[in-house]
Write a protein that binds this ligand. Structure first.
Ligand code: PMP
Length: 285
């Protein structure tokens, strides 16, 4: 991703894509003091753009730093990046981090906080799994307790176990991994929330120790509009066997049907297809 034409917004200025670099003694690289957003633009407009900018600011506050730009400034920067990219449909990545400067220890109060925004083309997150149903591994890593890390921040440090889980999954021919939480309840995939269907009703984990995704909230709204009952609750691993359908939600993943988790099989049923298609329509309204 580093060697291509284009521009990236950094700290208020557009820089050439290849020059959008940071120093090796950047605090974030050593101590994970970084937060980010994944957003998608459809027909030239970012879906739920403001919600993403607000979450970015909140994530930074949760890991104890303030982004030196207002929500309105971040919104304007994203519009500028998208226009400059010439793309109608794009993935937009905003990232804020503690930079390099006076401090090189764990404490970093004197280093600047930085913000960058890039946009590029990114098709279906799970490739052709999107219609057939993705195959998920079960991760050996558990989502951590909110007492051990700010679990609701979209912070880089929380993704270390996601990368390891996803690599292990891919080595087994799976598209992603489902993770349990620190108590053993079903939590989410490595970059997407999870939903199940049984007897016409929907069950999804209570997001009390992981990201309550913007797509997740959108899909719950769509289900309620369709008068489908949604249970947000703790889900035990033993329940996986009894669920009929399953899908993932996320900005990158959109709504992706799941065909298999470990040894459990799910059908790509009519509610899954309806929600996946409904989401595709909604983001372009
Ligand atoms: N969980 C994790 C770990 C994620 O990385 C994402 C993607 N941001 C999600 C859930 C879904 O969040 P959203 O729908 O806001 O993209």
């Amino acid at each position: 991703y580093n060697d291509r034409d284009g521009h990236i917004w950094m700290d208020g200025q557009m820089v050439d894509w290849r020059d959008a670099n940071v120093h090796i003694l950047t605090h974030a690289m050593h101590y994970a003091s970084s937060v980010f957003e994944g957003e998608r633009a459809y027909n030239g407009k970012i879906f739920k753009s403001r919600e993403h900018s607000e979450r970015l600011k909140r994530s930074a506050q949760m890991i104890d730093f303030e982004i030196p730009f207002t929500i309105d400034e971040i919104e304007a920067a994203k519009v500028e990046v998208l226009e400059k990219s010439g793309l109608q449909d794009a993935y937009v990545r905003a990232i804020a981090w503690r930079g390099a400067g006076e401090d090189m220890g764990v404490a970093s109060a004197r280093n600047p906080v930085r913000l960058a925004i890039a946009a590029w083309e990114w098709g279906a997150y799970y490739g052709d799994a999107k219609m057939k149903g993705a195959k998920l591994d079960i991760s050996k890593w558990k989502r951590p307790s909110p007492e051990t890390i700010p679990s609701h921040a979209k912070a880089a440090g929380l993704y270390m176990i996601c990368t390891m889980s996803k690599h292990a999954a891919e080595a087994k021919g799976c598209s992603d991994a489902m993770m349990f939480d620190y108590r053993g309840y079903v939590a989410e995939a490595t970059g997407a929330n999870i939903f199940f269907v049984k007897d016409g009703e929907v069950h999804t984990p209570d997001p009390d120790c992981f990201l309550n995704g913007i797509t997740r909230q959108t899909v719950i709204g769509m289900l309620k509009d369709r008068q489908v009952k949604v249970h947000e609750r703790h889900i035990m691993p033993e329940e996986l066997e009894g669920f009929e359908q399953c899908w993932l939600t996320g900005t990158a993943a959109e709504v992706t049907p799941v065909g298999k988790i470990g040894d459990y099989n799910f059908e790509v049923g009519s509610l899954t297809r309806d929600i996946a298609q409904g989401y595709e329509t909604l983001v372009r309204v």
